[in-house]
Design a protein around this ligand. Structure first.
Ligand SMILES: *[C@@H]1O[C@H](CO)[C@@H](O)[C@H](O)[C@H]1NC(C)=O
Ligand SMILES: [Cu+2]
Length: 176
């Protein structure tokens, strides 16, 4: 094989690896950071503010940290989210800490079904990041995308930067 062909094949491989590095990273988020999953001071705005700091994608994992028996995590419909109705949950996790993997729904809703915790602000709406759809997630043409959340994941940005530097260095090396 000619050296040029060998270099070209290697370049393609490098690009493929670079795209995989930037495109398939699932993130893990601790809901509420060090506060965990609790009745927040400041009401529901607390978890809304937390969510607004991140760009969520399909496959990302939310860790709801709570003491078993004190709280739970009920995934509910958008209709049940507003009035804090936890009587018809999509799913419930009762053991803390609880891991939830985000599916492809553009909006996902979680509440605590204990007492009036949800009404006091223990509720979380997740809007999936629509600016960079994950590979493998099926496009949902029927539903218009929700407005993208503000902010971005520092880890994902770092991975992208790393991959771009890696690509750039490899291309310079191969083409010179
Ligand atoms: C989860 O909550 C417990 C009890 O508040 C705390 O001790 C622990 O550090 C928390 N874990 C994480 C990862 O934040
Ligand atoms: Cu609770």
């Amino acid at each position: 094989m000619a050296r040029e062909n060998y270099n070209f094949a290697t370049l393609i491989l490098v690009i493929v690896v670079g795209v995989m590095l930037t495109g398939t990273r699932a993130e893990t988020y601790y809901v509420g950071d060090s506060n965990g999953w609790m009745v927040p001071q400041g009401g529901a705005a607390a978890y809304a503010a937390w969510a607004a700091q991140h760009a969520f994608n399909v496959g990302d994992v939310l860790v709801f940290n709570f003491t078993t028996g004190m709280h739970d995590v009920a995934k509910v419909t958008s209709q049940d989210f507003g009035p804090c109705n936890a009587n018809n949950p999509i799913s419930v996790q009762r053991n803390g800490p609880a891991n939830v993997t985000l599916d492809s729904a553009p909006q996902q809703f979680f509440v605590c079904s204990f007492s009036n915790h949800c009404s006091l602000g223990q509720k979380l709406q997740i809007n999936l990041n629509t600016t960079s759809p994950s590979p493998g997630s099926s496009p949902n043409a029927a539903t218009p995308p929700p407005p993208p959340p503000q902010g971005s994941s520092a880890a994902r940005a770092a991975a992208t930067t790393f991959s771009l530097i890696f690509l750039y260095t490899a291309m310079i090396y191969l083409l010179c």
